[in-house]
Design a protein around this ligand. Sequence first.
Ligand SMILES: Cc1cc2nc3c(=O)[nH]c(=O)nc-3n(C[C@H](O)[C@H](O)[C@H](O)COP(=O)(O)O)c2cc1C
Length: 186
Amino acid sequence: MFSELVKATRSYRNFDPTVRISDEQLKSIIELCRYTPSTANKQSIKFAYANSEEMCAKVFELLGWAGYLTDKPPYDGNVPAAYILVCFDNSIAPDIEIDAGICAQTIALGATDSGLGACMLGSFNKEKMAELFKLDEHIKPRLVIALGRPKETVEIVDVLNGDVKYYRNGKEKHIVPKRTLGEIIL
Ligand SMILES: Cc1cc2nc3c(=O)[nH]c(=O)nc-3n(C[C@H](O)[C@H](O)[C@H](O)COP(=O)(O)O)c2cc1C
């Protein structure tokens, strides 16, 4: 059911590092983006990916995880098995933020649908990431999507007293406050 898919599509930051993700799996998830809406149908969002242990280790070094937590995940080597880099192709159009967001959530939903989990990361060294992936000058990385088989549970609770900060209950459980329906409908 669609509502179940949306609810299960959480930000995961701990993964089973033994579960690898193939090129085919990644390409079929990226392909979903071909069917998303696009401003003036420009389709200026482009993708790169990494799934080898060697490349994933290099990507990992450039990422900023979980700003609200002092003890940063992933824990105990539970690193992602793959990454998709969501980029603007400035040879087609200037940065179209909304299109990048639509693609990112489509990838996250596609990951959940195929038994994986994802985490979008906007906090990363963009210059070094572009160098690592040997991107042309007109390709600008905007988001990294970490992927893998989730190795933690995520619980949603209502926001209390306006506090939206997520927190941990041990290494296995991540808790995310969400505003109630009453609060988000104007
Ligand atoms: C555009 C965007 C950028 C994000 N950047 C990061 C990031 O750099 N590091 C991180 O750990 N999580 C990042 N997140 C994940 C958010 O922290 C997460 O969506 C939020 O805590 C709510 O949790 P949920 O996705 O499970 O609902 C990002 C999410 C979005 C949408």
